[in-house]
Design a binder for this molecule. Structure first.
Ligand SMILES: *Cc1c(COP(=O)(O)O)cnc(C)c1O
Length: 496
């Protein structure tokens, strides 16, 4: 690790006898701490309230966050996370609802989930939705299992491979393999679309009867909407396969295109991307899945349904049901309800025209950046993009400078770097997603930073090769950090 200035640890700022709490006299007998569970050489920190607060505020300032500035981390970026949705998710009536509460006692929560299922179905043109999967990748897994069960039920269990374009998100081939199926990769053509010759060859060749389906990321990880998507869908379905759409990034489509109407059979949504839950750092996710009528009986459960219509004007009775041929449960209980709540609030606040505007601005912002940056950096697929686009981190006249150096230097300019070296099919890839909420001034500031970095690359490449210069830690040896994991803070502590 380079010349990181280590922050003093909370142990270092403590002193015996200091305390940040003032507890009442105990009214139960005192018992000693279980010493066998505690390491004698690791004392509890003794610090005052103000020291603790300062310590954690200092630490929090070392992190770059979406609340500070542009976070163009393509594909997995933080989209819009309204703070009011965090308040909604913490309303005690929701937040403290026990997952084993009787259905009678949680009709409000069930109503909300039912509405969300309906709205997600409406947004994407699907018949039915299950909210249970706990991540995008788990939604994919559910989708592929449903496809497999569908074929088995029709006596076509020999259908055991899934076509996956090489512009797919990395989770797609991983999902197929986990579901016990085989991946057949399809190349992209010179426009970044699925290579139609390769697709026809696969679907009309001798393995036609073994095609279970195709999994396609839309827009692809190149940020592109497949211009031949209808032909792709027809070709695969003609061969008896089903179409899976990876809809993690619905902020490029919602309100404008309904995947179900295009002919897709199944899709997952990432509620923690498009629909407002903050993500990253391994927090909970929600990868709801939507399906057409063919796959509806196979949805993972439980899903929320109206179990009893009331005769008068009173609201119907909602309950959990397992779809008839369900592939089963994806996780305990009913999915990550806090995220259903945020998604509900998000969609409800925007309404249908607002949802469409999100997409329009996401696409406009990405194309604005692409058009401006194309003057300075090579863009391998220079066509109208969706919510994100790829450029090559290569600067003519500065061959020693790589995408990583550009990203590190961006930190000095006060920006979070874009996604690096992904998608794999573009050399020196920088995948940039500005999102719908950025204003023109901020986009222009990013363009200016990228332009001056290109100038620096030619005139003073060393500045880039040694960047970042202003971050609390410099270049980390990520490979060594992973191989020689140090999980103990002891080396930085003074010897006792
Ligand atoms: C983020 C993402 C995923 C995976 O979602 P997780 O919740 O991280 O599992 C899948 N596909 C695409 C296109 C994504 O952007």
């Amino acid at each position: 690790m380079a010349s990181a200035e280590l922050q003093p640890l909370i142990y270092d700022i403590g002193a015996a006898g200091r305390s940040g709490v003032n507890l009442p006299e105990p009214d139960v007998p005192l018992s000693p701490l279980p010493t066998d569970l505690m390491r004698a050489d690791l004392p509890l920190p003794e610090v005052g309230e103000v020291q603790v607060v300062r310590h954690f505020v200092k630490l929090s300032k070392l992190n770059y966050s979406i609340d500070e500035g542009l976070y163009p981390l393509g594909s997995c970026t933080m989209k819009y996370n309204p703070k009011v949705n965090e308040d909604a998710a913490r309303l005690p009536g929701f937040a403290q609802l026990h997952p084993l509460t009787d259905e009678d006692g949680c009709q409000g929560a069930l109503f909300l989930m039912h509405e969300l299922q309906r709205w997600l179905g409406e947004i994407s043109g699907f018949e039915a939705v299950s909210l249970t999967p706990a991540a995008g990748a788990q939604g994919e897994f559910a989708g592929i299992l449903m496809i497999r069960r569908y074929h088995i039920d029709r006596g076509e269990g020999q259908r055991d491979f899934i076509l996956v374009p090489n512009s797919a998100h990395g989770t797609n081939p991983a999902t197929v393999t986990m579901a016990g199926m085989e991946v057949r990769e399809l190349p992209a053509d010179s426009q970044g679309n699925v290579d139609m010759h390769a697709l026809h060859a696969a679907c009309e060749g001798e393995l036609r009867d073994r095609i279970a389906g195709m999994m396609i990321t839309v827009p692809s990880t190149l940020g592109l909407f497949e211009s031949t998507i209808l032909e792709v869908i027809d070709t695969v379905q003609d061969a008896g396969g089903m179409m899976y759409m990876d809809g993690a990034n619905m902020n490029a489509l919602m309100g404008v295109v309904k995947p179900g109407e295009l002919g897709f059979d199944v899709m997952h949504y990432n509620l923690h991307k498009t629909f407002s839950t903050p993500h990253g750092g391994g927090g909970p996710g929600s990868g709801a899945v939507g399906v057409n009528a063919k796959l509806a009986p196979y949805l993972p459960g439980p899903i929320v349904a109206i179990v009893e219509e009331e005769a008068d004007d009173s609201p119907p009775l909602y309950g959990f049901v397992m779809p008839q041929k369900s592939i089963g449960r994806m996780k305990a209980f009913h999915g990550n309800f806090g995220m259903h709540l945020r998604a509900y609030a998000y969609i409800r606040v925007y309404g249908d025209s607002g949802i469409r505007d999100v997409t329009r601005y996401a696409v406009l912002n990405a194309n604005y950046l692409r058009a401006k940056l194309m003057r300075t950096y090579p863009v391998p697929y220079p066509r109208y993009c969706g919510h994100e686009f790829v450029l090559e981190g290569h600067i003519d006249g500065a061959d020693e400078v790589h995408a990583l150096d550009i990203s590190k230097r961006l930190m000095d300019y006060g920006f979070h770097p874009p996604t690096n070296y992904f998608p794999l099919i573009v050399p020196e890839a920088l995948l940039i997603e500005p999102t719908e909420t950025e204003v023109k001034e901020d986009l222009d500031a990013f363009v200016e930073a990228m332009e001056s970095i290109a100038d620096e690359a030619r005139t003073e490449p060393e500045t880039l090769l040694t960047a970042p210069h202003t971050a609390p830690v410099r270049r980390l040896d990520e490979v060594r950090a992973a191989r020689e994991l140090v999980l103990c803070c002891a080396p930085a502590m003074p010897a006792h």
